[in-house]
Design a protein around this ligand. Structure first.
Ligand code: SAM
Length: 151
């Protein structure tokens, strides 16, 4: 596993290019974005340009998926479910999903099972220190507190 840390603003700005670069180098055919909801990360116009033959957007919320543009393959499922989720993907990724997941073990196990041999998973999410910082910044007593830098 490779973990990259960065300031959230930079990470957010650089995410589309990092994602495209990764897909260009891995050349996956079947791709699924978990928790893509109303805002899939890759515009439909870019999907074909990246050589992706099938791009699915999986989300627990049918209502969120219904807001995504028509043209995406949409899958309603809970990534933390106990029952198996259909797989066969070469690349599984998510943006701003992992921080909402109640059970990391089930999350990673399900994704591992959805991947073809040699497949890759890529997750972009705020670190818990950032989340704590946001909560504590909104609390007057926590003003001026310092936090460890991510390694
Ligand atoms: C913060 S939103 C992020 C949406 C999108 N990825 C983005 O960056 O704009 C989190 C999304 O994850 C979905 N979600 C939350 N828990 C989920 C789960 N257990 N399985 C699948 N999707 C989930 C939510 O319905 C929502 O669409």
């Amino acid at each position: 596993m490779v973990t990259y840390y960065g300031h959230l603003d930079d990470a957010y700005r650089e995410y589309p290019e990092k994602l495209s670069a990764l897909i260009r180098s891995l050349r996956p055919k079947r791709v699924v974005e978990i928790g893509g909801g109303a805002n899939p990360s890759i515009p439909l116009a870019t999907v074909a340009e990246l050589g992706i033959s099938e791009y699915s957007v999986l989300d627990i919320s049918e209502a969120e998926l219904s807001k995504a543009p028509a043209g995406y393959r949409k899958v309603v499922a809970d990534i933390c479910a106990d029952q198996p989720i259909a797989g066969g993907y070469d690349f599984v990724f998510s943006r701003f999903l992992a921080e909402h997941i109640p059970n990391a073990q089930t999350f990673h196990r399900n994704i591992y099972r959805m991947l073809n041999p040699g497949g890759i998973a890529f997750h972009f999410f705020p670190h818990h220190v950032f989340v704590r910082l946001c909560i504590e910044r909104s609390h007057p007593r926590a003003r001026g507190a310092s936090y460890p830098r991510a390694p």
